[in-house]
Write a protein that binds this ligand. Structure first.
Ligand code: LLP
Length: 463
């Protein structure tokens, strides 16, 4: 295949190199509703819009790269989780997926609670008016200051992650003259089917106290003896981007088993269990995520069944979805820069962002899809790798995808499903400025996290 015959690189399935992709999609202009936010559509003129505003207008007004969040979709997903679990359960949105004051207000208005895991997340939540008693405080190494601040603020629960922390939180609470509501995070020993870096319930990792060897039971024994603590429940989080419900079933089974042991040993029935977050979303058309109602039904049924057979009162269940609420509601808009066809390999399409606004591809080998959004094209599909502007060859945003072969510098392309763990894990690598987050709703767009400026960077640089 000579370059002159195919100046834009290889396009046909029979010459494609190895990769994650399947065949090129039948229609490159189509937008799969599985991966795009609810209000994303392609207009008559071929331009994609979100919340009723065309991306070309958004790019003009807010620049690129930028994250655009479909506020109506965010609220709808938050509400769907809330209603799926009903009044006998609590939904704590996991702020680590993406947090800003606007998001805190949306959650508050939609009746969700919030899980935070650092002083910074706690400060954001409190400053946006989330009632402290609806906040859960997590983390495997909370500092004394963070613990003190959380207790003083009156957080609804602190999730204890180690033996040392049991003592530390009890001590700080007592010294403040308070009794803190706590859960103990246990490691249930489940292999979640996900990337190793985001699996958290197998034994050889840093989170939680293992059920194995009676360690969790010992943690409960100690917590029950300390005046500064009110032990309200057991917590388990098995990992992230999980589609298979069986891991949650095993976790629920083991957590209820511990509740039963606690009842037998101490005569105490703990009133709550938290089954964490981790439900997967569609990054590409190949992913099939579950509906929150289906998840709620499955989790509630298993906990109820296990409790009935152990003759326990069914505890109040809580869950902590992050990605499943915010992930699908946003996309990143980029402008195409240089285009570099490599013979018999693929075409490298460089965009004006990269690993600083989406580290997930480099870190977890994550898969994304991408579409041309500023126009339609009838050109044939071209195999591309969308890369950023950073000084690393691992600076890949979308590893393998198809874009039309007439793609040109200045076109706008968008990567869907970037609402979770993209802005929240963004960096300033190469002193690239972090993009803004713009909420779009019903024909209006407003910045909820502004674009970083060079002054922001220089302000931190002392001397
Ligand atoms: N609860 C706890 C205790 C967690 O540690 C996490 C995520 C969640 C809830 C929310 O999980 P989600 O529903 O969002 O999957 N940076 C990685 C994900 C790390 C998840 C950390 N903990 C990624 O980009 O895939």
């Amino acid at each position: 295949m000579s370059r002159s015959a195919h100046p834009a690189g290889p396009r046909h399935a029979d010459v494609l190199p190895e990769g994650h992709y399947s065949a090129p999609p039948a229609d490159l202009n189509a937008l799969d509703p599985k991966v795009w936010a609810h209000t994303v559509t392609r207009d008559q003129d071929g331009v994609v819009s979100v919340g009723g505003i065309e991306v070309t207008r958004l790019a003009e007004e807010f620049g690129t790269p930028a994250y655009f969040v479909d506020e109506a979709d965010f609220r709808a997903r938050a509400r769907a989780w809330r209603t799926a679990f009903g009044h006998d359960a609590d939904v704590f949105y996991a702020g680590k997926a993406f947090l800003s004051r606007a998001v805190v207000r949306w959650l508050h208005e939609e009746g969700l609670n919030l899980d935070v895991c650092s002083g910074g997340e706690l400060a954001t939540a409190l400053s946006a008016g989330m009632p402290a008693d609806r906040i859960a405080f997590h983390g495997n190494n909370k500092s004394a200051q963070e613990i003190e601040r959380a207790i003083e603020a009156g957080v609804g629960r602190i999730v204890l992650d180690s033996f040392q922390e049991i003592v530390r939180v009890a001590h700080i609470a007592s010294s403040l003259g308070k009794r803190q509501r706590v859960q103990i995070r246990v490691t249930v020993g489940v292999e979640a089917h996900t990337h190793e870096f985001i699996a958290t319930a197998h034994e050889d990792q840093k989170f939680g106290i293992p059920l194995a060897g009676g360690q969790a039971a010992e943690a409960v024994r100690r917590a029950l003896q300390l005046d500064g603590l009110e032990l309200i429940g057991i917590h388990s989080h098995i990992g992230s981007q999980i589609f298979d419900m069986s891991g949650f079933e095993v976790a629920a089974h083991r957590v209820v088993g511990l509740l039963k042991d606690i009842r037998d040993e101490h005569g105490v029935e703990l009133p709550e269990i938290d089954l964490g977050g981790g439900l997967g979303i569609a990054y590409t058309s190949d992913d099939d995520p579950r509906d929150p109602h289906e998840i709620a039904k499955a989790l509630t049924e298993i906990v109820t069944r296990e409790c009935e057979s152990a003759k326990l009162r069914t505890p109040r269940i809580s869950v902590e979805p992050g990605r499943a609420i915010v992930g699908p509601t946003a996309f990143t808009l980029y402008e195409v820069g240089t285009i570099k066809p490599l013979d018999a390999l693929r075409t490298y399409v460089s965009v004006d962002g990269g690993m600083s606004d989406n580290i997930r591809t480099a870190l977890y080998d994550a898969e994304y899809s991408v579409s041309l959004v500023s126009r339609t094209s009838d050109a044939e599909p071209m195999l591309v790798r969308v890369v950023g502007k950073h000084c690393e060859s691992g600076d890949i945003v979308v590893k393998d995808a198809f874009l039309p072969a007439d793609l040109a510098p200045g076109d706008l392309i968008a990567v869907p499903a970037t609402g979770a763990y993209c802005r929240s894990m963004a960096s300033n690598y190469n002193h690239v400025l972090r993009p803004p987050v713009v909420a779009v709703n019903d024909g209006e767009a407003r910045v909820i996290v502004r674009r970083e400026t060079e002054e922001d960077l220089l302000r931190l640089d002392v001397g």
